[in-house]
Design a protein around this ligand. Structure first.
Ligand code: ATP
Ligand code: MG
Length: 389
């Protein structure tokens, strides 16, 4: 019989009255994610979601894709069969035979939501366990510490057999937590910070500040690739590319060198705020990390944030580089992040940046510029690129 994908809902089961809308969002997200792999019927019973292929589907592709959907605690592939003890046994032999041949010990665990089924869960586990032990004589039954567990589920409409499940992506369904702008450079940190907030259910609008020709077309391609990797988790996104060259040239020509970075970062905040206004975003996300570079002291971050009208989230603020790298490797952005193209920050980096800038000094320095006109000009020239995994 058919192979099917079983998905366990994560934290959203704790949401009480909101639970239904969380579940609907999650199912819609799974639907979108599975579309490229064929037609699936997706429905929830209690806290399990079933993705049932309708006709020819790419089950390997679908299973991989579903592992990156936020809101799922666990995923497994299962074989569906008739609700009959011998059908379950035969399915277990066929579907999990390779694993049983490899394992040294096993047990059977049964869940039964159909209370009219003639055997109890314990009777089912004993029956199927005993028969499997006969059929695979080299593998021992061990109910306390088995190397491999055969799961049987007797549901209302069908029965399922599966091996151990794998961890899902965790977090909350994308889109449940509103929307935020995320500042995406080509570095290691900002893809991780974007991922972390997306994981909590926030839809992301990635924004990149681009200083052509000081930074190359390749640097932009790198950011597009990072956004594409992130879209495996975040779904379809619109990457906003902000032309930043004129602003940087103006800063360099008219402001004190030691304040270049902080003034540039304040422009990033102003423009991100405009994008956020336009897209009804509640927050701005950055990959800033305390103490990492001159612009990431408490003083510098306070001065940067002063010109943002909304909440600024810095999810990796207290992480060590090692921890950030670990996440970057896990989500698949690390290899791209370390490609050696300059980002716009490094091109105009002052020799001795001020690590403890004072707001009044910075505002005074900015008075040499037509701040609002420059920000508005960059905002008007934004290019949008649709990103899909
Ligand atoms: P990252 O590794 O993410 O580039 P970083 O340690 O290099 O971070 P900075 O270059 O000071 O730190 O940038 C801090 C944060 O500012 C970045 O994490 C990112 O959120 C944002 N940022 C920096 N440069 C850009 C850019 N060109 N476009 C968009 N966001 C940027
Ligand atoms: Mg950087």
């Amino acid at each position: 019989m058919d192979d099917i994908i079983l998905l366990k809902q994560g934290e959203i089961v704790l949401k009480g009255l909101n639970r239904k809308s969380f579940e609907m969002k999650l199912i819609a997200n799974i639907n979108k994610r599975l579309k490229p792999f064929g037609k699936f019927r997706i429905y929830a019973v209690q806290s399990t979601i079933y993705a049932e292929p309708q006709g020819d589907c790419d089950m390997d592709g679908a299973y991989d894709a579903v592992k990156t959907v936020f809101g799922l605690a666990a995923v497994s592939r299962a074989a569906a069969c008739e609700k009959d003890k011998d059908a379950l046994l035969e399915t277990a032999k066929r579907y999990l035979g390779d694993e049983l041949n490899r394992a040294k010990s096993f047990k059977v665990e049964t869940k039964r939501s159909d209370k009219s089924f003639p055997m109890t869960s314990i009777q089912m586990s004993q029956y199927v366990g005993g028969e499997l032990a006969d059929a695979f004589p080299h593998v021992k039954v061990d109910v306390h510490n088995p190397e491999f567990t055969v799961h049987l589920e007797v549901r209302d409409y069908a029965a399922y057999v599966h091996g151990p499940s794998e961890a899902g992506a965790g977090g909350m369904p994308a889109g449940m937590g509103g929307r935020a702008v995320s500042l995406l450079s080509g570095g290691i940190d900002s893809p991780v910070s974007t991922y972390m907030i997306a994981k909590r259910g926030v839809s992301i609008i990635p924004v990149h500040f681009f200083s052509f020709p000081y930074t190359s077309e390749l640097a932009k391609e790198k950011v597009i690739e990072l956004a594409r990797i992130l879209s495996r988790y975040c779904g379809r996104m619109k990457l906003e590319i902000v032309p930043f060259t004129h602003i940087q040239e103006e800063i360099r020509a008219k402001c004190p060198e030691e304040l270049f970075t902080i003034i540039m970062r304040r422009f990033m905040m102003r423009i991100s705020d405009k994008i956020a206004d336009y897209n009804d975003c509640k927050a701005i996300i950055t990959g800033e990390n305390l103490g990492q570079v001159a612009s990431q002291t408490l003083e510098a971050m306070a001065v940067t944030e002063e010109c943002a009208k909304r909440l600024v989230l810095r999810p990796v603020i207290g992480h060590d580089k090692r921890e950030i790298v670990e996440t970057a490797v896990k989500i698949g952005t690390f290899e791209t992040s370390i490609l050696p193209y300059e980002d716009c920050c490094t091109v105009f980096t002052p020799r001795h940046p001020r690590t403890k800038p004072r707001l009044d000094d910075v505002i005074k320095a900015e008075s040499a510029l037509d701040v609002e006109a420059l920000a508005e000009e960059a905002f008007r020239q934004i290019k949008r690129i649709v990103i899909e995994a």
